[in-house]
Design a protein around this ligand. Sequence first.
Ligand code: EPZ
Length: 414
Amino acid sequence: MDSIHICGGYPLSGETRIQGSKNAVLPILAATVLVDGVSTLDNCPDIADVQCMVRLLQSVGCVVEWENGQIRVDARHIGGISLPQKYVSRMRSSVVMMGAILGRMGRVTISYPGGCVIGKRPIDMHLEAFARMGVALSEEGNTLTAWTRGLSGNTVTLAFPSVGATENVILAGVLAEGETLIRNAAREPEIEALCGFLKCAGADIQKEAGGSMLRIRGVSRLSGCRYRVPADRIVAGTYLLGCMAAGGSVCLKGADSDALSAVLAVIAGMGGKYQCGQDGITLTAPERVQAISYVKTEVYPGYPTDLQSQLLAALALADGESIVEETVFENRFRVVPELVRMGACMETEKNRVIIRGVRALYGKKVAAEELRGGAALCMAALAAQGDTHIANRHFIDRGYQAIEQDIRNLGGRI
Ligand code: EPZ
């Protein structure tokens, strides 16, 4: 059954352990292609996007074993250089495989990773950076071929601190000849995790200027190592905002508060009381959340775009008017009409949503259109009076390992 049924209107109470990070494990899995050995990754989430990335690794000759959250990748005998369209089209983050395969094999063919409902999501910055590192590119239809006689380090200045472009340049740089300097690099915690894995495998990467500059000195090879994937900050943020919407109190084991400081600041502004300890984050929601006059999504360390839809769900019930501005993607308000159908009073104006808090939301039949909007509907459903059916749950399964179990652990009725 491709749907989720939630009986809402009850405050949450409980604790759950936060899964490993989707957006950290995906580039790290791509990075295992660079390793002439066996890489062991702990705390990997069992989600559709990771299953897809494992297929991509196998398609180029990696031997992959996966049991109980641990993935072992043996990349000693890789040979393939082309990534099957059926996997690439399902997950655009497969584009980071380009940097890894170029770094190891010097040649890669990939079908253009599709955009998705939240935006066009071009890869122009990725390709410009590769060209500066000695890569030639050619397109046939929507198949892209990239090859090089040898990657050479260079200075790459990103027009925008793109997460994927930063990851691709790091992956292309770690085995390149000479030094690569990335200016205006993305500073998301997932970049930190990728660099952590690569350094554990023997790469030479230095963070400068607070992380907005990365200096990568090429080495001759990387060797197998073991690395633990950090907790997923977006999954943790989703449940914090769900608690703010439904009320009650929750404890999120393993959640890293440092990676959520901008989100916690907004939650405090809404009246949430939280504590951060060694083992995670505890949050108690107010009787009724306070409105936030203005929040805008930004690159890290600003408020994350991946928690924008979930914030709308929480502010729908706030006491007052809030404005949320989306500055990273051009079309990331797809969840608004469904929230309005549940009784929310919100309207979009260009890249802003104006939210007038209401007293109650009501259970409805709704449909997810993409990953984070789908998660936001689940959080709204926990707060809504009555039953909500959320169709297209496969979108949610791309990023949430066990959303039913998590919500049940937190006291929700799902
Ligand atoms: C990563 O996507 C994440 N995905 C996204 O999470 C996240 O929303 C995004 O970073 C921003 O934080 C993964 O890590 C797998 P970008 P990515 O390159 O790398 C434009 C989720 O829900 N751009 O930082 O694709 C682009 O169109 C997903 O888990 C160019 O114009 O994000 C977008 O508007 C959704 N040209 C903006 O930059 C380029 O060459 C940010 O994109 C590259 C990007």
